[in-house]
Design a protein around this ligand. Sequence first.
Ligand code: ZN
Ligand code: CU
Length: 490
Amino acid sequence: MNPDTCELLLRSGTVIDGTGASRRTADVAVDGDRISAIGRLDAMRGAREVDARGLVVSPGFIDAHTHDDRAVLSDPGMACKVSQGVTTVVTGNCGVSLAPLTGREPPPPLNLLGGEDWYRFPTFAAYREELEGSPPALNVAMQVGHSALRAKVMDGRLDRPAAEGEIERMVELADEGMRAGCIGFSTGLAYPPARAAPTEEVIAIARRVAARGGMHSTHMRDEEGGVLDSVRETMRIGREAGLPVVISHHKCAGRENWGGTRETLALIAEAQASQTIDLDVYPYVAGSTVLLAEIVARSEKVIVSWSEPFPEVAGRLLDDVAREWGCGVAEAVGRLQPAGGIYFMMDEEDLARILAFPGAMIGSDGLPHDVFPHPRLWGTFPRVLGRYARDEGLIGLEDAVHRMTGKPAAVFGLPGRGELREGAYADLVVFDPDAITDTATFEDPARPAAGVRAVFVNGREVWAEGAAVPSAGAAPGRLLRRESPADRPG
Ligand code: ZN
Ligand code: CU
């Protein structure tokens, strides 16, 4: 193309480039899937020009923690995420991935993604093929889920450590995942399918993942009274397997553990001096997962997010359902199965402390198939930018954007993502810094954010002025592979 013309020109926006650097006014030119120029481009003419005066132009957000493995196939428009400015989702979290388990009803929490009909990918290569055959609107970086491996090789008896031969099979399955393009592997050691797995079992798999240049993320064994020991276990896995680790949705749950983040964050900060350890967080004091009696017992309040036998109670308080049924809460939990819940169990001060922790990444942990989802599915990113950065001033806007862009791109090893610079991929979000806010609530959870004006993935617009932009031809999302720092030239 003529050097003075480009396909798309975002004019005079407030550029926040994702590195954490201060904002500056600049024009951003896009050709094909890349940013072709950035700066004062007065002589440049765009085939399409967007007046971005007064609006922030930043890299598209990377959702560090999702359960979108199936959603990117069954809902390729991904409105719940692109409406927030998210252009990449990291999948396969909490030990849960849609491959390679097949031919059996997935045990909770694997059923968060769907039933046996959705567990039909014997390999990660088969999953990738389907994804790339009909790509979604945003990019995907996938992880191998440890519980999915266990469910595949352990004959349905998951309440025990894996035998040596089973570990060998899991190592080979994880290896297949890495060769098929996974960026790493995740565990959900708090959940029944993986609770009996000793640390050594995880390390054995993590070693192979490390040999393939991958990372490891974990829903730790204990996010309550034993959380410090769990942080230590995570540190040990990272050290002994020799890979970077990410603590997923960090929290100290249960009233008697509130305030515990003073100690966990101090321990993590100390560990960062000698190993690569990071964390992600969602900006709410309620969590959400399958309905488990033990979590109900530790929660202040529980909303039913779905129930297979009683779909009509989705969105109602568990206490009210039990009262109406004239039974105890424990019995109601049993009758509702299989089911999901939203649990109020964290402290606002802990949450603020984690959000303010340097480099803490933002991950929605949204559950896209829940009938009545936790509002984090639609609200996470605008809530951090609007409520916590702008309104409460907990972190600066540049810092907040960095934790959603440059930081996760570095942690997950996504080259060319997360930064606005010449040559980078044109994953972009244009938002109004005064108006951006979440509108999804615990009463009305599936509402798109306010203030997100336009979202581009690989140079193609996918969201504009509150609505999806229908794509001509295949949607622009791609499967992203990991580049470890060692691969990068000098
Ligand atoms: Zn989790
Ligand atoms: Cu999760």
